[in-house]
Ligand binder design. Sequence first.
Ligand code: PGA
Length: 258
Amino acid sequence: MEQGSRPKIVVGNWKMHKTIAESLEFVESLASMLQEGHGEICLAVPFISIPAVAKAASRHGFLIGAQNMHDSEAGAFTGEISAEMLVDAGARHVLLGHSERRLLFSETDDFIQRKVVRALRSGLRPILCIGETEQQRREEQTKKVLSAQLNNCLAGLSPEDVSRTVIAYEPVWAIGTGLAATPEQAEEVHRFCRQVLAQTWNEQVAQTIPILYGGSVRPDNIDAIMEMPNIDGVLVGGASLKPDSFSKIVNCLTMNVT
Ligand code: PGA
């Protein structure tokens, strides 16, 4: 697949923000601010908003996703949500392995791998988040950490299944800090991830899979980020909460579509 021919994707990660009413208001206001021909838009919203927001968003062609799920089909897991329930509620994507889940809820690569498998079997597209901490970068462990996360979280998957996932590279030190990776730092990592994917699976998987960048993406740095050939889109936290900033990011990707 040639550079620039992978689809462009923008994912908003709302984390623990917005009531259902606020979410519906956001969707209508975002829709009124978008230019023609934008790339794929996905909003990863709180579980409870998925049914209502998926219905409203489908009128505008946005996809709705979840921010997490359990790896089991069903069972005695108080407070958890299954992939089947997410699909039933209208979700199409699910964020898996976000660094907040790894750090605050002790999620391991093994647990995340089981979730990836379950999501794919249930018809959800996993958005697998990977990223190094500040200390790991300082100690020059970035590539080692990322190749382990990729190989562990996608272990045992066929090339076809890997091609149905999305990777989001989110350096932990860039999330919510205002300190985004430079476009060159992100590009270097994205290129490296493709090498790992080519080695473990094959070149076609490596060239087909969308790799998004996340961590302090804003309207004022999106242009430079999207100029990089191996960056296929962005995962946006803080700037996805306001239609004004999120629409500016989405509209920039429209212009970057080649
Ligand atoms: P941020 O968050 O854009 O606020 O840095 C990104 C994320 O956590 O996915």
